[in-house]
Design a protein around this ligand. Structure first.
Ligand SMILES: NC(=O)c1ccc[n+]([C@@H]2O[C@H](COP(=O)([O-])OP(=O)(O)OC[C@H]3O[C@@H](n4cnc5c(N)ncnc54)[C@H](O)[C@@H]3O)[C@@H](O)[C@H]2O)c1
Length: 371
């Protein structure tokens, strides 16, 4: 006779303990405003340790390390010294734009993984050197287009790329900020953190380089690459002789792009720091032959609207809640742990920089530029 079946198929053996995630030691380079956000995001990932900070301003890096629980020996003012002495796996490069290329390349040459703030560099030539350095190093090299963190955008990109709205015909994208008209983030007139963003000499490419880079990534992530752009940039007078101390306020404040995508769709992408009433708003509309998606960060970053299927006949929009998706810092750490490249990577950062270069050329010549 066959033996009786056990009542439960559950094993009585104790389950092996889940192994702890591989530790990743991170140093933050440039410990100003945005560095705190990097620290906050790393703190949410098990196994990530902040081991050092580095800034040219000693008081700032010491205050940052104290705040983030990094031992005082981890506070550096010399990045080369940090690379020589500090046992770390990865660098978050959160310095101002002008330092992204040189310092990221230095870190890559030292064999580190790099998450670099946007814009990846000041121009396409610079970012191509960064891509080459990343290839040579063979480490993970990503750019922090932080609005990829929003699950609403991730869901829209997946659905557009799956062909759910048919062939793309028309795109509207905007990134609106108001910090020149409202002291929502402090008074820009007295804050070096805002003043360098207004000055070419301090490495700024204006609103286009600062947040235009985000909205170009935001629009082209679902819509695909841009093949032609006509761009107009404008710098408004903001102070007597448009200067405050050492800062000549010559970088652009507003940018309007008319674009044609490689898939034939037309679109407008615009951005400004003069958008009274909107502290930080990203909006995107994608209209295809079979439907449309709409996103507005003022109404939610994990939701979006869809007009699709039978609803297209009556122009009815439905609210959709997106499934949670990992943020860039998560993707960066996962890429380090698995050895599989994560997005957005340096090549993507460089591709966006190429569009920005074309925008500057178009503004200077008054003509559309092919990419
Ligand atoms: N992804 C986003 O959403 C987002 C948001 C804000 C800022 N950023 C980017 O982050 C970067 C930093 O912006 P921020 O607002 O923190 O600026 P910030 O001016 O507040 O901080 C920059 C820090 O870098 C330090 N620094 C300058 N040169 C350095 C060098 N050679 N070595 C080490 N430290 C150096 C400065 O002393 C300062 O403490 C910029 O590139 C900006 O575009 C991105």
């Amino acid at each position: 006779m066959p033996s009786a079946k056990p009542k439960s198929t559950k094993s009585t053996k104790a389950k092996p303990a889940k192994s702890a995630p591989k530790p990743v030691r991170v140093a933050i380079l440039g410990t100003g405003g945005m560095a705190n956000r990097h620290a906050e995001l790393y703190a949410q990932i098990p196994g990530v340790q902040l081991v050092a900070g580095c800034d040219v301003d000693r008081a700032r890096v010491e205050a940052f390390c104290a705040k983030q629980g990094i031992p005082s020996a981890g506070a550096y003012t010399d990045f080369a010294k940090l690379l020589r002495e500090c046992p770390c796996d990865a660098i978050s490069n959160v310095t101002p734009d002008a330092f992204h290329a040189a310092l990221s390349i230095q870190a890559l040459k030292a064999g580190k993984h790099v998450l670099c703030e946007k814009p990846l560099g000041l121009n396409h030539a610079e970012t191509k050197r960064m891509v080459a350095a990343a290839h040579k190093a063979g480490t993970i090299a990503m750019v922090n287009f932080s609005y990829r963190d929003w699950s609403g955008l991730q869901a829209i990109a997946t659905r557009v790329q799956a062909g759910e709205i048919g062939e793309l015909r028309h795109v509207e994208a905007s990134y609106l900020q108001t910090w020149l008209t409202a002291p929502i983030w402090g008074d820009w007139r007295t804050s070096p953190g805002w003043l360098w963003r207004l000055s070419s000499k301090h490495g700024s490419k204006g609103v286009l380089g600062d947040v235009g880079v985000h909205i170009v990534d935001f629009a082209t992530f679902p819509a695909g690459p841009i093949k032609k752009v006509f761009c107009q940039l404008k710098t408004f007078s903001k102070a007597p002789k448009n200067r405050i101390g050492d800062y000549l306020l010559d970088a652009n404040d507003s940018a309007v792009l008319n674009v044609e995508f490689a898939n034939g769709a037309l679109g407008t992408i615009h951005t400004t720091r003069w958008a009274t009433g909107h502290p930080n708003r990203l909006a995107l509309k994608l209209h295809g032959t079979k439907g449309a998606f709409s996103f507005d960060s003022d109404t939610g970053t994990d939701t979006y609207r869809a007009c699709i299927g039978a609803d297209t006949a009556t122009a009815k929009w439905q609210d959709v809640k997106a499934r949670p998706t990992p943020n860039n810092h998560h993707r960066f750490i996962t890429a380090i742990r698995t050895g599989l490249a994560g997005q957005p990577d340096f090549a993507r950062g460089s591709e966006i920089q190429r569009v920005l270069d074309a925008c500057f050329e178009s503004d200077a010549t008054g003509r559309p530029v092919k990419i």
